[in-house]
Design a protein around this ligand. Structure first.
Ligand SMILES: Cc1ncc(COP(=O)(O)O)c(C=O)c1O
Length: 377
């Protein structure tokens, strides 16, 4: 089946006993054994649950992976991937990634003996140099980065990781497999905060890992069962329901984002606008080659912190809240919210200032979004 068909029928044809078109919510912690040594295929919901399995199978099929696993949050999913590695192993990672991922790496990855080399992954030469100096076992890339929306060249990075015998892991939260398919262009593993676009309604916290090979999927399934941060049956069902409209929603997010970005580009009070869908953006050409959408995320600087605070408290359509990828447009202050885990020196070097705001463009009327911004600017 083509990708759009897989999405439209997410969870269908999976309950042969009833023929349910919508996958039922199997709210059962445990499953009755027919006899000693026999199983229905399900024993205990941490190990496997039919509703969660329908979600995992849909995502594996959609992305062309050997398997997918659903976790209770994006960070739980990333933590499981870290557990594939052993003390002493080094990672080359995106320097301006989501602050919670940075906190996980810096606090708990380092505690387990892992090393992290932070580089600008939009600079392929810098990644190659980091590999040579660190002998890293993995490359972890966010695309585009958060909140500066820098664009990495995935096929070039895949070659680089391969040349160093390293695992290539892509956090594809911002673009989703409806737009960008890292496993098709050389990545080994994709991770998602499914809380964002995959869910799309700001009502579920979830994480997904998709592995290209059966070997990695089996190891990750073992880790998932052993550590236990699985997604519940109800949340799995909500995600299955959300996946049916993923491609449609993403197209509308992008359409609205382009209208808003064009408006901001011409506004005298906006500085350092970042949206890779503008032809003037440094990431435009490269993202256009590896993604069918530029996504719905925009960031920019205002003239002062006071102005940024005024915008946060005065917008009427955008809500001041910390997330992205949902139907509702949100505005975030990365310095004190998503990136609070970074030290002041790193924030200053990266350009995450007290004037920087991040917009998650929702599904509303684009005119309402522009008028809202125009009024506060
Ligand atoms: C790119 C990215 N990866 C991972 C995460 C973590 O996901 P969660 O909040 O679902 O744990 C986030 C959260 O904002 C994110 O933006």
């Amino acid at each position: 089946m083509k990708p759009d068909t897989i999405l439209a029928q997410a969870g269908s044809r999976r309950d042969a006993s009833t023929g349910a078109v919508s996958m039922p919510i199997h709210a059962s912690a445990t499953f009755q054994h027919p006899a000693l040594g026999q199983s229905t295929g399900f024993d205990y919901s941490r190990t496997g649950n039919p509703t969660r399995q329908a979600l995992e199978q849909t995502l594996a099929d959609y992305e062309g992976g050997a398997g997918a696993l659903a976790f209770s949050s994006g960070l739980a999913a990333i933590d499981a991937v870290l557990r594939l590695f052993s003390s002493g192993d080094a990672f080359v990672v995106t320097e301006d990634m989501y602050g919670g991922t940075f906190r996980l790496f810096e606090n708990f990855g380092v505690q387990r003996g892992l090393r992290f080399v932070c580089v600008d992954t939009s600079d392929t030469d810098a990644v190659a140099r980091a590999f040579c100096s660190s002998k890293a076992k993995a490359l972890f890339v966010e695309l585009p980065t958060n909140p500066l929306l820098k664009v990495a060249d995935l096929p070039a990075l895949a070659q680089c990781a391969k040349a160093h015998n390293a695992l290539f892991i892509v956090d594809n939260t911002f673009l989703t497999p409806a737009a960008c398919r890292p496993l098709d262009i050389g990545a080994d593993i994709t991770v998602y905060s499914a809380t964002k676009y995959l869910c799309g309604h700001n009502d579920v916290l979830a994480g997904i890992v998709v592995a290209k090979t059966a070997e990695h999927n089996e190891r990750l399934a073992y880790i998932q069962n052993a550590t236990g941060a699985v997604l519940g049956a109800f949340e799995s069902w909500l995600l299955l329901r959300s996946l049916k409209t993923l491609a449609l929603r993403l197209a509308r997010h992008e359409k609205n984002a382009l209208v808003v970005a064009e408006f901001l580009r011409n506004h005298p009070k906006i500085h350092n606008l970042h949206y890779p869908g503008l032809s003037s953006d440094p990431g435009y050409a490269i993202l256009g080659k590896q993604s069918s959408s530029f996504g719905g995320m925009i960031s920019f600087e205002t003239e002062s912190r006071a102005k940024a605070e005024h915008i946060l408290s005065s917008l009427k359509v955008f809500m001041f809240a910390e997330s992205l990828g949902g139907a509702e447009s949100l505005v975030t202050f990365p310095l004190m919210q998503t990136h609070a885990a970074y030290d002041a020196e790193t924030l200053a070097r990266l350009g995450i200032t007290d004037r920087l705001l991040r917009l998650s463009i929702g599904l509303e009327d684009a005119g309402d979004l522009m008028e809202d911004l125009a009024a506060v600017l």
